[in-house]
Design a protein around this ligand. Structure first.
Ligand code: HSE
Length: 316
């Protein structure tokens, strides 16, 4: 039961894999961990203050208008016309510039926590635009393929941006994700700037075929089709250059049994999809070994697709 007039709430929002190879800016799914956490306390002022950030090595801005968690809360307060002060504490568990949806996770956790304290909370799905404004501040583009799955869980398709139309896509329960984060940083803004501004027709046709193929494969649990569709001829060819050993690693992941392997979001993390957790662990180990051969330490996260998404708790 919800307490009357709660004053503090904490929320966590998980890492996500955006693009999923063929769906640049339109596909994303949530994984089990890591997840960012935000605690919000209402105050009698009208300021949004970030009073602590841990886990970021002092890198993130504490000015609320420059931090994705702060921006999402400011947008929420301005949209709802709610005059309240906010003290925000952010625990970063996602690495920065990793391609794991770090900026989105902070924004999603923050907006979910503030919404839990509002006398008339909005529906969860209606919170997405506030997180997107935060993404715009973070990288110059309000892409939704991290924020939507982090907020809503599962595999999401951004069918349209204007108007925003997010469609959940059911996944086979056996589907597992391997996410490997090498210890280098790639800023989303930079990874977007290297993209070409137009796509040749033959590449567009390949990409359209694969996006539809991936959705069909997920909905019918056709793992071979999922694997054949995990191909990216738009972003990967240019972004692979930012990731040492990318093509070798991709090849090795498939050799060990991955359905497919690609760049997670804007990188440098890589993701692979597998059928079952045993193969997922083997693929994770193989990718980590290849990164080590390229001189890079890395972290491996194996999980099912996270169907729950962000969670709110400790509302008191
Ligand atoms: N779709 C975005 C991009 C995801 O690839 O730039 C960023 O994580």
């Amino acid at each position: 039961m919800r307490m009357a007039n709660p004053k503090t709430a904490t929320a966590s929002a998980p890492a996500t894999v955006a693009n999923v190879s063929c769906g640049f800016d339109v596909f994303g799914f949530a994984v089990a961990r890591p997840a960012d956490e935000v605690r919000i306390a209402l105050t009698p002022t009208t300021d949004v203050r970030i009073i602590s950030i841990t886990g970021d090595q002092g890198i993130l801005p504490t000015d609320a208008s420059k931090n994705t968690a702060g921006v999402a809360v400011q947008m929420y307060l301005s949209h709802t016309g709610w005059k309240t002060g906010v003290n925000l504490e952010l625990r970063k568990n996602l690495p920065l510039g990793s391609g794991m949806g770090s900026s989105a996770a902070s924004a999603v956790a923050a907006v979910l926590a503030i919404n839990a304290l509002h006398p008339q909370p909005m529906l969860r799905k209606d919170l997405l635009p506030f997180a997107l404004e935060a993404e715009r501040v973070a990288c110059g583009a309000a892409h939704a393929d991290n924020a939507a799955p982090s907020l809503l869980g599962g595999f999401t398709l951004i069918r349209s941006y204007n108007p925003l139309d997010v469609v959940p896509i059911a996944c086979p329960p056996e589907l597992h994700c391997v996410l490997v984060h090498p210890h280098i940083e790639v800023k989303t803004k930079d990874a977007r700037n290297v993209m070409k501004t137009s796509v040749p027709m033959r590449d567009a046709i390949t990409q359209w075929g694969n996006t539809a193929g991936l959705v069909a494969g997920l909905l019918t649990s056709d793992f071979e089709l999922i694997g054949r569709s995990l191909q990216d001829v738009v972003a990967e060819p240019v972004r692979a250059l930012l990731i040492p050993g990318f093509h070798r690693i991709q090849h090795r992941a498939k050799e060990v049994g991955a359905l497919g392997c690609g760049i997670s979001g804007s990188g440098p993390s890589l993701f692979a999809l597998t059928r079952g957790s045993e193969t997922a662990h083997a693929v994770g180990h193989a990718i980590q070994t290849e990164f080590a051969n390229a001189g890079l330490a890395s972290d491996v996260f194996v999980s099912e697709i996270n169907l729950t998404g962000a969670q709110v708790y400790d509302v008191v």
